[in-house]
Design a binder for this molecule. Structure first.
Ligand code: DC
Length: 228
């Protein structure tokens, strides 16, 4: 039996981290954990309770309610991956809207939120055999991960991908709004005080602006095989 490793995939939003992470996990028989989904679920919870809205962000209220948030991933045969569950209810679609994307960086900047989610993430990956994607996986959650990838792509390529994804699901969005969200989140994620998005010194950077999915997969899979 081959040894199991930890694969940490960090990078900017809409760089295809989750696609590659899911593919790797399926091929290797590893667990896949989408940590962005966890921050999105906390944001959805905050939105539903009016802790964050157009009037502002009432962060103390969210902090006080953190204990009432239960996050899970449940494997869905039809989808082929583990879907996000907030307090026992599947919210896989609800967490992907532009509205959630517009609030999530503010919620993810709260140290109490990060502390709770990082501790769940460490638990989920404690037995290795995991592919985890996010912003701080190689720097904070698993600084000893055997393989660390840092994904980048130009902002307009990323906005176009997200635009295609959302319009494909029937959401009425404008490309300009998506691009603005991508650029704003890059800034907020990279400049927050707690665990900002930075490339770990030992992470391998992959710019996939001009890579096909197939080329990218075989390139990354070779990196994995080298570590096994
Ligand atoms: O990967 P994503 O776009 O679904 O992530 C949503 C947001 O969550 C992103 O803007 C920043 C935050 N995030 C984070 O701060 N740390 C992580 N490990 C994962 C996501």
């Amino acid at each position: 039996m081959r040894k199991k490793i930890t694969i940490a995939i960090d990078g900017y939003s809409s760089t295809g981290k989750s696609t590659i992470a899911k593919e790797l996990a399926n091929k290797l028989g590893y667990v896949y954990v989408d940590t962005g989904a966890m921050y999105r679920m906390v944001s959805l919870f905050a939105m539903r309770n009016n802790f964050i809205n157009t009037h502002g962000f009432f962060r103390e209220k969210l902090i006080d309610a953190l204990e009432a948030i239960e996050l899970n991933f449940v494997f869905c045969e039809e989808a082929g991956f583990a879907e996000a569950y907030l307090n026992g209810i599947c919210v896989e679609n609800e967490i992907r809207t532009l509205e959630v994307s517009n609030y999530v960086s503010k919620v993810a900047a709260v140290p109490e939120v990060r502390k709770k989610l990082v501790s769940i993430q460490k638990e989920l990956g404690k037995n290795k055999g995991v592919v985890m994607d996010g912003r701080d996986i190689g720097t904070v959650v698993f600084p000893d991960a055997e393989l660390k990838l840092f994904m980048t792509a130009s902002a307009d390529k990323r906005a176009q991908r997200r635009f295609d994804e959302l319009t494909g699901k029937g959401e009425a969005v404008r490309y300009e709004d998506i691009l603005e969200n991508v650029v704003k989140r890059d800034y907020e994620d990279s400049n927050r005080k707690d665990s900002p998005l930075v490339k770990a010194p030992d992470a391998i950077e992959i710019d996939n602006s001009d890579l096909t999915k197939e080329t990218q997969f075989s390139l990354i899979f070779d990196l994995v095989v080298n570590k096994l």
